[in-house]
Design a protein around this ligand. Structure first.
Ligand SMILES: [Zn+2]
Ligand SMILES: [Zn+2]
Ligand SMILES: [Zn+2]
Ligand SMILES: [Zn+2]
Length: 346
């Protein structure tokens, strides 16, 4: 009985999103319960396979172990930065020229804008304001291995500097890491203490709203973009942070983050953090990555947000027998993402 019509049985148990095949329907159901497939996942423009991250999509269309049909088309019409498929080789050329950004002049601009106070606070922009924050670390502790924030930069969505300053760490600096930070002891001697800088930044982010009142949608509080924002130990609601080190589509695996240097190279097409580094450059890179992710064109479903109670366990309300009777496409249709897709900010 089991082997009767086995091949059609197997294709019936094929995941409609990632195309994995299962011997038994109950295994596909189990897979759907834990994989949180959704319209927000990176998707191959050729075969429509859904991937958990851009890294796995890159492997799928470029290599080292690509799917041959997809690789062939991608090599003619695919953008190697955002991984979308264009209509023709010519459209690809035009698109890719715009998709690849350059960062050459950034570092020299940065120092011109050196500003030591938060002056821009006039609510000029309509809609939610977005700012990016980055810092440079020096070393503390006996072997200089404790990272201490010594310089921060905050920019707006148009890459204008809002705030750019040296910071005095709370414990003595034992390694200035001069070759990469360019920071000398005298720069930090009269700098603003870390606590004060954190407070200033928090106030700026809250934008007049008490922390407890900040909601993910509506309201005046600003969205904060950055890479590895935890390092700054800000007191700011997680729902307002967009961290390029923790965003599943930009991660290496579900546990490992890509470095900002790698992300900028792979997704924006230019080099950062060469030689002496300015946090302005990191701010710009994270803001550009954020904007690129936010501008993805996804269908919006009912209950699109990972934190909607309906989605907390998207299959919990269904009986196993009901799910086993569904087609793979029907199961995919009720499946929801377990992370907040940045396209929802737009
Ligand atoms: Zn799947
Ligand atoms: Zn999305
Ligand atoms: Zn494909
Ligand atoms: Zn592109």
């Amino acid at each position: 009985m089991e082997s009767r019509n086995e091949s059609s049985e197997i294709s019936r148990n094929k995941c409609a999103a990632c195309f994995r095949q299962f011997n038994k329907m109950e295994h596909l159901v189990e897979h759907m319960r834990i994989s949180y497939h959704s319209v927000h996942e990176p998707m191959c423009g050729i075969c429509k396979k859904h991937c958990r991250s851009y890294e796995s999509l890159r492997e799928h269309v470029i290599g080292p172990l690509p799917k041959q049909e997809c690789k062939n088309i991608f090599s003619i019409r695919g953008c190697k930065f955002c991984l979308t498929i264009l209509d023709s080789p010519n459209a690809r050329r035009v698109h890719q020229e715009r998709c690849q950004l350059s960062g050459g002049l950034l570092a020299s601009f940065a120092n011109l804008g050196l500003r030591d106070n938060l002056t821009i606070d006039n609510g000029y922009a309509r809609g939610r304001q977005v700012v990016a924050l980055a810092c440079k670390m020096v070393g503390g502790g006996s072997d200089g291995s404790i990272d201490l924030c010594a310089r921060v930069c905050l920019i707006d969505e148009n890459e204008n500097i809002i705030f750019h300053t040296y910071v005095k760490p709370p414990i003595p600096v034992t390694n200035y890491r001069y070759e990469t930070t360019g920071i000398r002891p005298e720069y930090l001697r009269d700098a603003t203490p870390l606590r004060q800088v954190q407070k200033k930044i928090q106030d700026f982010l809250c934008n007049g709203e008490p922390t407890w009142k900040i909601r993910p949608r509506g309201g005046k509080a600003r969205i904060l973009v950055g890479h590895d924002l935890d390092r700054l130990q800000l007191e700011y609601p997680a729902v307002m942070m967009r961290d390029t080190a923790k965003y599943p589509p930009l991660m290496k695996t579900s546990k490992l983050s890509n470095s900002l240097k790698y992300l900028t190279q792979a997704y924006l097409g230019y080099d950062i953090q060469t030689g002496m580094q300015d946090p302005y450059e990191d701010c710009v890179a994270t803001m550009r990555l954020y904007i690129r992710m936010r501008s993805q064109n996804h269908t919006i479903e009912d209950y699109p947000l990972a934190f909607d109670p309906q989605n907390r366990n998207n299959f919990a309300s269904w009986r196993q027998s009901e799910l086993e009777r569904m087609s793979p496409e029907e199961m995919f249709a009720i499946s929801r993402s377990d992370y907040y897709c940045w396209c929802l900010d737009s």
